[in-house]
Design a protein around this ligand. Structure first.
Ligand code: FES
Length: 84
């Protein structure tokens, strides 16, 4: 599990093992666009502000992983901050 602080909405979500960050955001009523839910279309991208992330998408370039995160497949470690 990991924690995502959502800076724009002021909400903090807990993401369990069996759940995607995207799903946790939707469950918290944060409006999210998404499509493939498989890490390939890029629709569910969010700005990454801080924290360690295990990137598992096939959409972003390596250098884009510094400040972006694909929420349907990638996971944080500990606590991360995203700008949604
Ligand atoms: Fe397609 Fe996340 S919904 S990459």
């Amino acid at each position: 599990p990991f924690t995502a602080k959502c800076l724009k909405s002021g909400i903090t979500v807990e993401v369990d093992e069996g759940q995607s960050l995207l799903q946790a955001l939707l469950d918290a009523d944060i409006p999210m666009d998404y499509s493939c839910e498989g890490g390939v279309c890029g629709t569910c991208v969010v700005p990454l502000v801080s924290g360690e992330v295990e990137h598992m998408d096939e959409f972003l370039m390596d250098d884009e992983h510094a400040d972006q995160l694909i929420t349907c497949v990638s996971r944080g470690e500990g606590e991360i901050e995203i700008d949604v």
